[in-house]
Design a protein around this ligand. Structure first.
Ligand SMILES: Cc1cc2nc3c(=O)[nH]c(=O)nc-3n(C[C@H](O)[C@H](O)[C@H](O)COP(=O)(O)O)c2cc1C
Length: 417
């Protein structure tokens, strides 16, 4: 596992990030990225190509970053302005977002004819590209060759993903969502070089999201889990080459709205019993099982067929325990090589998680606080500790759920025989 130097802090706090903007229609989405990075406490500077200024004005980025935005290599500058040389001193990570076919072609071939490309050429920090373009353009051999060249030279390439494109077509070429962009920056800052995690040939089964226990056709007992962690794990495991199935409880719409779009199969379930049944149906041949779902522990002893009328002043219902999916998997004759649990706790996070790890005979447990700001249910970020039975303990800083998923899968891949 990589070293995580800033335990307890936000991984992005105070980090100096340069966002390069080139002239693609997705440039407007970069405003959201810059704003999200600022909210996480990063120091962000924006450098644009001249063509990018036709899509979004430098003023917009200047207001969002609170700093001057540079795009003209030949302009006379204030002392603290970024030049192609001072960018090298400032930047701890540089991400071009969106990255046009043109800018990737230029950088791959050593062309440095504007402020951004010259800055990239002079940069000594990790450099990433988030390509976004029409799918016909993306699949052109010239573009693919340039991307391969950049990757070979250690650049980070994040996306593009499949989806609706500005042209009206649907295909590969869409800018990935801001969670993935931020997670890429986080991993760049941690200097976890690509190609990253390798799960090729592995079968991974993941549960995510909340379950629902219905009392009648309308009312249910549930929790505030958004399903983001489960979807991030599924997306990352698929990106690492695994064959992935996600058993998702009531979170598919949220995930779709957030733009999770990996190559994985999703099985939608509602109750804990349905989740367990879906896991039992899909467990054969699985190498890694990760239980990230927030399964409701109690279910109604009786489920009314019709909506219960609100006539009585008080209503007493009886609850019984639901069955524990991860415990069933860990004790199953078809037990995968790695069984990973999640423990969402409101107090004594690590000791409670350690007890669960032992009780359920897990190979790893990911402990997270649901009361800490920016962590747990619904948040885009999480701060977790990963524990193993061999006294292994890694305390990770606050980072996006996508990056947490990467760290968990890193450890899983390391432990797989
Ligand atoms: C409306 C419009 C949208 C464009 N969108 C993209 C795009 O999404 N991706 C891309 O690679 N090029 C796109 N282009 C083409 C680039 O703007 C063009 O290749 C330009 O030279 C890029 O310059 P730059 O890389 O220096 O910013 C678009 C052009 C126009 C007019």
């Amino acid at each position: 596992m990589a070293e995580y130097p800033q335990v307890g802090h936000d991984l992005l706090e105070g980090r100096r990030i340069v966002i390069g903007v080139s002239g693609g229609i997705a440039a407007y989405k970069t405003c959201g990225l810059v704003s999200a990075l600022k909210k996480r406490g990063a120091e962000v500077r924006v450098v644009m190509t001249e063509n990018a200024t036709r899509f979004v004005t430098p003023l917009t980025f200047s207001v969002l970053t609170g700093a001057a935005v540079e795009y003209d290599m030949w302009a006379e500058r204030a002392e603290d302005a970024l030049t192609h040389i001072s960018l090298q001193e400032f930047a701890e990570a540089l991400l071009v977002c969106p990255a046009t076919a043109n800018i990737m072609g230029k950088v791959a071939n050593g062309i440095a004819d504007d402020l951004l490309t010259a800055g990239i050429m002079a940069a000594s920090c990790p450099v990433g590209f988030a390509p976004a373009m029409n799918c016909e353009m993306w699949h052109k051999p010239a573009v693919q060759d340039n991307v391969a060249k950049l990757r070979e030279r250690g650049c980070w390439i994040v996306g593009p993903c499949y989806g609706a494109l500005a042209s009206g077509a649907v295909g590969e070429g869409r800018l990935v969502g801001s969670q993935q962009l931020i997670a890429c920056l986080e991993r760049m800052l941690l200097e976890q070089q690509p190609p990253g995690i390798d799960l090729r040939g592995r079968k991974v089964l993941i549960t995510g999201g909340p379950t629902r226990e219905y009392m009648d056709p309308v009312r249910f007992l549930s929790n505030a889990s958004s399903g983001k962690m489960g979807h991030a794990l599924a997306e990352q495991a698929a990106a690492a080459g695994a064959e992935v199935t996600l058993i998702s409880g009531a979170s598919q719409q949220i995930a779709e709205a957030l733009g999770f779009a990996g190559e994985f199969e999703t099985v939608e379930v509602a109750s804990a019993a349905e989740m367990l049944a879906a896991v039992q149906d899909n467990i054969a041949g699985v190498d890694v099982f990760i239980a990230a779902a927030a399964v409701v522990d109690y279910t109604f002893a009786e489920i009314a067929e019709q909506k219960i009328k609100k006539t009585a002043e008080r209503l007493t219902v009886e609850l019984g325990r639901t069955r524990d999916t991860v415990k069933w998997v860990a004790a199953s004759p078809q037990r995968p090589q790695m069984v990973v649990g999640f423990a969402a706790e409101s107090q004594d996070v690590v000791s409670n998680a350690a007890a669960k790890l032992a009780d359920k005979k897990l190979d790893l447990i990911v402990a997270n606080s649901i009361v800490e700001p920016g962590s747990g249910f619904g948040a885009d970020t999480n701060r977790v500790s990963i524990l193993g039975p061999d006294d292994f303990r890694a305390d990770l800083p606050l980072m996006s759920k996508w990056a947490v998923a990467g760290a968990v899968l890193d450890e899983v891949a390391r432990r797989l025989p």
